[in-house]
Ligand binder design. Sequence first.
Ligand code: GLP
Length: 260
Amino acid sequence: MEVIIFSDRGTASLYASKLVTKCLKRKPNSVLGLATGSTPLELYNNLVTFYQNKELSFHEVKSFNLDEYVGIAPEQPQSYHAFMKLNLFSKVDILPSNTHIPDGLSKNIEADCEDYERQIDEAGGIDLQILGLGQDGHLGFNEPSSSLNSKTRIKTLTEETRKANAVHFGSIDKVPKHVITMGLATIMKARQCVLLAFGSSKADAVAKMVEGPVSAMCPASILQMHPRTTVILDEPAAKQLVKTAYYKEVFANKPKWQQV
Ligand code: GLP
């Protein structure tokens, strides 16, 4: 796991944007795994700017989102379909037919989840997976106690996550109890993972993810087993880490050919 700590989320997001750009320049038909939430917003804004400046094209890109609420229609503003359209898809040249998000209104969730896995495989697998982090260490919507070997499936949200996401729905009662999410094994199949976490509310989860034991109680800790994961933090999110000086030294001495 590579841990990079920036003074603020703006610089951190810019670095993440450069990693995505590097991936798309190397392979214009990359398959991206996309995340929602407030954390990747600046990253998406940067990608839109790069596209507008003609530095980047999404014309050949395929995308697969991590998750969606069950029972929420794509048109509803709280849906992750609406989030992606608003913040990225409507602003770049990605083909709508190349974007994939689990169907929250699926009539056959089990079959559709299997199909989602198949579609990822048929696209050649995810080249770069963008990830946020839940305050309880969840990835996508893989809540604590999720199987470390899970695939795309239906999950029940914890009270904590419903509370954290209530801001988008007006009240916790309106937050769906069920979601469809890529599993932890689905995420682990990605060739590269880039996880972003900002703010002190994520500090505990970051410390458990990076320096704690690999455990279903902190689903993100499975990334310790991933061969190519970059964790991009701001100072507040990094404040409970023990090996901070070492991570900073590694980054300062990064071989030139690995720099972005
Ligand atoms: C939700 C999403 C996650 C996201 C997390 C953190 O639960 N399903 O993918 O990482 O929220 O959200 P935020 O970035 O808003 O803190």
